[in-house]
Design a protein around this ligand. Structure first.
Ligand code: A2P
Ligand code: MG
Ligand code: MG
Ligand code: MG
Length: 290
């Protein structure tokens, strides 16, 4: 988070177009935050698989020593770890890193849409996640400290206070920078009272966790495994659900294809996920085959 803020305050974002479609940018903040996270995790956990959005690191990728994070969150360490995670083999663990989610919005100054996502998959299932929001409350406080949410399926979550969505209306959140005709068709099928178009997969799941929307619906193949692993784990640790638009969980095993090719469908705790999925017309679902 600090690296992301430092790049922004220096003013030269170093934007590169990744060229794989519209609004697919990378900045110096994406590159540096990924080097920090991957170097820190690799040093502490050499036996696991770590996959980052900005590609594999190179041998020349020395990071400054003060970028190597070694401390742990005492709140998390005070919890009792479920036995299935204690005995898990490092080979069965994949960590999916999105060093900066919401890059488009970052370059446009919509800073609270930005999150840092670190998702932990065990045997292909997204079970652990950290969502760091470096600019949380930046419009209200002068020098925002940011906040860090975490969740582990079977343990719970922390770093924030969950809120239930309102019961008198139905609010859906979706993309603001990667929309198209199919994305809109899916929203229309759900007949929401309100649509909140905001950036970032992490940020949209925050909207579900804080009761600002009931569902996150993106009928498009633009998201990738690092966008959804951490958000899925935190959401599900608190009783929500995140799947593809057919209602099936993605695998986050090390050999999967990166795109979330069947879209994203997330719901807050207490929302009937399957009955919302069932509202999508068959012809729309047919556009997202396995
Ligand atoms: N077409 C796309 N090309 C590249 N990235 C995408 C695309 N669609 C979604 N994403 C990624 O998923 C996130 C959520 O999408 P959206 O904000 O449109 O709802 C984006 O911030 C972006 O992650 P990132 O910013 O990490 O590259
Ligand atoms: Mg990106
Ligand atoms: Mg992302
Ligand atoms: Mg990213």
């Amino acid at each position: 988070g600090k690296i992301i803020k430092d790049v922004m305050s220096r003013g030269d974002l170093g934007i590169v177009e990744k060229g794989s479609g519209k609004n697919d940018l990378q900045t110096e903040a994406d590159r540096s935050a990924q080097r920090c996270i991957i170097a820190s995790l690799t040093q502490q956990y050499p036996g696991i698989t770590i996959i980052g959005e900005e590609g594999p690191s190179t041998e020349t990728d020395e990071v400054p020593s003060d970028w190597l994070i070694t401390e742990s969150d005492p709140e998390v360490l005070s919890k009792i770890c479920p036995p299935e995670y204690i005995t898990v083999n490092p080979e069965d663990i994949v960590v999916w890193v999105d060093p900066l989610d919401g890059t488009s919005e970052y370059t446009q100054g919509l800073l609270d849409h930005v999150t840092v996502l670190i998702g932990i998959a065990v045997k292909g299932r997204a079970v652990g996640g950290v969502i760091h929001q470096p600019y949380h409350n930046y419009k209200v406080v002068e020098d925002p400290k940011g906040r860090t949410l975490w969740g582990l399926v079977g343990v719970g979550a922390g770093g924030f206070t969950p809120v239930d969505p309102p019961s008198d209306k139905f609010i859906v959140t979706t993309t603001r920078s990667h929309s198209d005709g199919v994305v809109v068709k899916a929203l229309e099928a759900l007949q929401p009272d309100e649509i909140l178009r905001v950036g970032g997969a992490g940020h949209k799941v925050l909207m579900l966790l804080e009761g600002r929307a009931h569902a996150y619906v993106f009928a498009s193949k633009g998201c990738k495994k690092w966008d959804t692993c951490a958000p899925e784990a935190v959401l599900e640790a608190l009783g929500g659900k995140l799947t593809d638009i057919h209602g099936n969980h993605y695998s986050y095993a090390k050999d999967v294809q990166y795109p979330d090719a069947q879209g994203v469908f997330g719901t807050a705790k207490g929302v009937n996920h399957q009955s919302l999925v069932d509202k999508l017309p068959q012809e729309l679902r047919d556009a997202f085959p396995y």
